[in-house]
Design a protein around this ligand. Structure first.
Ligand code: PLP
Length: 357
């Protein structure tokens, strides 16, 4: 069976050696040595100044929204994983959708200003499939209207935009280290924030608000990662360059072998060093998509309809029409992409697709 992704697992002995350190220190969570070491190694690898590793990629979104969204309207994208929207609703803010760019698939920055009202407090946009939003335009709009910017950078591990980590953009940026993501800790995530005061608030918010054992800075929740998960991150990290290089080979194969005159692929924004995180194809109709999906499924190949449905249509929010996102959501799916995908399987996948479009 070939799934859309397969978790990268390091040699088990390397994981065991790291986990032994947790055993030896009798310390399994609360920012132990493995978590601190992983944060330092990630800072070095990504060339960033601030990182806080968390228990997943959703709670840091909620913490950022709690601190910056303040129960107001949040301008957001309808084309993302459901966590982007549900975090907004969960924090008692109101999502206000702005349609996406038809080729970059990120929020259409030219439509943001028209959606701003006196209740707007923040913009929460996704660098979808690791493709950067138009960060300069969004920053300019936020400055002009005194709004905060949060980026859901769950797909953006290793992406560089204009020679720096994409995590450096926005007031807060978050990542997911879920097992299906490019770099993972099983479950896990991180938040990034360059402003020291805000970082401090985010930091104590992720640990129940604690200021020492008996005192509290303020309200908080538990978003801490365990040492067992950080051990997985430390075991995976040495392989990250191999992971990126192997994924690039798969992407190159798809680029060279799919009939590009009959389908649309992701247009990566200029000045981007991409991370080969997903390979979405957009077909001419949902009918074609279903036909291709069925043909692949018959050979035990399972692409995923990322992202469907368009989030403005989910049942827990008021629907507004987002024609581009709705149209693309019905026609897009992500092809299998992971380390170890065999050339013969890639040949099968591309030939089935080319025969059915
Ligand atoms: C995976 C993902 C999340 C959630 O991350 P978890 O670590 O699973 O909580 C949020 N947003 C996007 C866009 C994602 O793909």
């Amino acid at each position: 069976m070939i799934n859309v992704t397969q978790t990268f697992l390091p040699p088990q002995s390397e994981y065991n050696n790291l986990v032994k350190r947790a055993w030896d220190s009798l310390w399994l969570t609360n920012r132990g040595q493995l978590t601190l070491e992983l944060e330092n190694k990630l800072k070095e690898k990504l060339n960033i100044d601030s990182i806080l590793i968390t228990n997943n990629g959703t709670v840091p979104l909620q913490i950022a929204l709690k601190l910056l969204g303040k129960g107001g309207e949040i301008i957001t994208t309808p084309f993302s994983y459901v966590a982007t929207t549900s975090a907004i609703v969960w924090e008692h803010c109101e999502p206000v959708f702005v349609d996406i760019h038809p080729e970059y698939l990120t929020i259409d920055e030219t439509k943001i200003e028209a959606a701003i009202t006196p209740k707007t407090t923040a913009i929460l946009a996704t660098h979808v499939f690791g493709n950067p939003c138009h960060v300069e335009a969004i920053e300019a709009i936020a400055k002009k209207h005194n709004l905060k910017v949060i980026y859901d950078a769950a797909h953006s591990f290793g992406v560089e935009y204009k020679n720096q980590s994409l995590f450096n953009f926005g007031d807060v940026s978050t990542c997911s280290f879920h097992a299906t993501k490019l770099f993972h800790t099983g479950e896990g995530g991180a938040l990034f924030c360059k402003d020291k005061d805000l970082f401090h608030k985010l930091y104590y918010s992720h640990n129940f608000g604690h200021n020492g054992p008996l005192d509290f800075h303020g309200l908080g929740i538990n978003a801490k990662i365990s040492e067992l998960q950080s051990a997985m991150g430390l075991a995976v990290l040495p392989y990250i360059d191999t992971i990126l290089a192997e994924r690039k080979k798969v992407v190159d194969f798809y680029n060279d072998n799919l009939n590009s005159s009959k389908l649309q692929t992701l247009n990566i924004r200029e000045h981007t060093k991409w991370n080969y995180s997903y390979y979405p194809i957009i077909l001419d109709s949902e009918e074609t998509l279903l036909k291709v999906q069925k043909a692949l499924n018959e050979k035990q190949i399972f692409p995923r309809r990322y992202f469907y449905p368009s989030l403005n249509t989910v049942n827990f929010i008021k629907n507004t029409e987002m024609p581009i996102s709705e149209s693309i959501s019905k026609r897009v799916m992500c092809l299998p992409l992971y380390v170890g995908l065999k050339t013969e399987d890639l040949e099968t996948i591309t030939s089935i697709i080319n025969q059915n479009i």
